[in-house]
Design a protein around this ligand. Structure first.
Ligand SMILES: Cc1ncc(COP(=O)(O)O)c(C=O)c1O
Length: 346
């Protein structure tokens, strides 16, 4: 089975399992797990920030960010297809009392004009206390819903400058920041320079079984630790998991460029089929989103599955395919042939 559903399906390699089995551990609620402490210091250093906190998932990391940037009644501004807006079970509203303000943009990328417009028009007949208070701008990089689009440094700088001008704070959902860096060649610490907090994941394409980190100033991370505990996610001897994440950072990050190359190879293969609509200009990283002109997406993915290729169906006959550690160039070529067969035989 060639599994292109998501890069979250990657599994720990034998060497990662060894590192996990031999990890030094301690009680993390007391700050005594040496492997977690090492992971947190390493991620903070990689991203040029003061501190980091290791958490279970990208969802928790984002939700902690919502809670520490905002108070109930505040508004977080982001693209409406963003993971925080659409895929975290309404957590921003449920856990932090935060509403979402939409910043539209192609492929998940919005500009300073959208941030300016979201601030509203203040006049004595239109007092600001009528509206939720915009508090934080969230950038998702790469943008999953947008087809894995990676933001350029110029696009990032334009938005961070506008947010700063309005006194807004900044959070980056960098679940696939490593993929964006692999695609653009930019240094991750430069990409996140102006963000108060950044969430990064170790379980997307890197082989680690789980785990994410929220990174930022020492004060922000201390505040996040309070809510991590409040949400019932205090860790004890989780250094076993941190060892997997450390191994992933040190050994599996450099190969993400292969996933970027393989995703492009898959997208280019699809381009030769008249039944498929794929926008190559949006294929920046390891995600390929395409639409089918002649078949419903659910039927298509079922038929591909029957021939050994797993993909995810979406709305409007949309399909998502994601490359990762478990997918080779040969697998990509085989997957292209399966798609061709399924579409040509109906
Ligand atoms: C952009 C983005 N952010 C956050 C997450 C959440 O990560 P997790 O599944 O670890 O909660 C995902 C998951 O795929 C994602 O794609």
């Amino acid at each position: 089975m060639i599994d292109l559903r998501s890069d979250t399906v990657t599994k720990p390699t034998p060497a990662m399992r060894d590192a996990m089995a031999n990890a030094e551990v301690g009680d993390d609620v007391y700050g005594e797990d040496p492997t977690i402490n090492r992971l947190e210091a390493r991620v903070a250093e990689l991203l040029g920030k003061e501190a980091a906190v290791f958490v279970t998932s990208g969802t928790l990391s984002n939700q902690l960010a919502m809670r520490i940037h905002c108070e109930p009644g505040d508004m977080a501004l982001m693209h409406p297809d963003g993971h925080i807006a659409m895929n975290e079970g309404g957590g921003a509203a449920a856990l932090a009392g935060v509403s979402i303000g939409a910043l539209e943009g192609d492929g998940g990328v919005f500009g300073p004009e959208e941030v300016d417009a979201a601030m509203g028009v203040h006049h004595r007949f239109n007092p600001p206390n009528h509206s939720p208070l915009p508090r934080v701008v969230c950038v998702e990089n790469s943008h999953n819903g947008g087809g894995g689009v990676a933001w350029s440094t110029d696009q990032i700088d334009a938005v961070t400058a506008s947010a700063t001008r309005h006194g807004l704070s900044l959070h980056m959902d960098g679940a696939r920041l490593w993929h964006a860096a692999a695609a653009t060649g930019d240094d991750p610490s430069r990409m996140v320079r102006d963000f108060g907090t950044v969430s990064v994941c170790f379980s997307k394409g890197l082989g680690a079984p789980m785990g994410s980190a929220l990174v930022g100033s020492a004060a922000m991370v201390l505040r996040a630790r309070r809510f991590k505990q409040q949400y019932g996610s205090g860790f004890r001897q989780a250094g076993i998991l941190a060892a997997g994440a450390l191994y992933a950072l040190d050994h599996q990050r450099d190969r993400l460029v292969d996933d970027v190359t393989n995703a492009r190879r898959f997208a280019e293969g699809l381009c030769s089929m008249p039944e498929v609509a794929v926008d190559l200009s949006r294929v920046h990283t390891n995600i390929v989103r395409f639409r089918l002109e002649t078949m419903e997406a659910g039927t298509f993915v079922d038929r591909c599955h029957g021939k050994g290729v797993h993909m995810l169906p979406g709305v409007n006959s949309g399909v998502r395919a994601v490359t990762h550690l478990g997918v080779s160039a040969t697998d990509v070529d085989a997957a292209i042939e399966v798609v061709r067969t399924v579409l040509s035989t109906g």
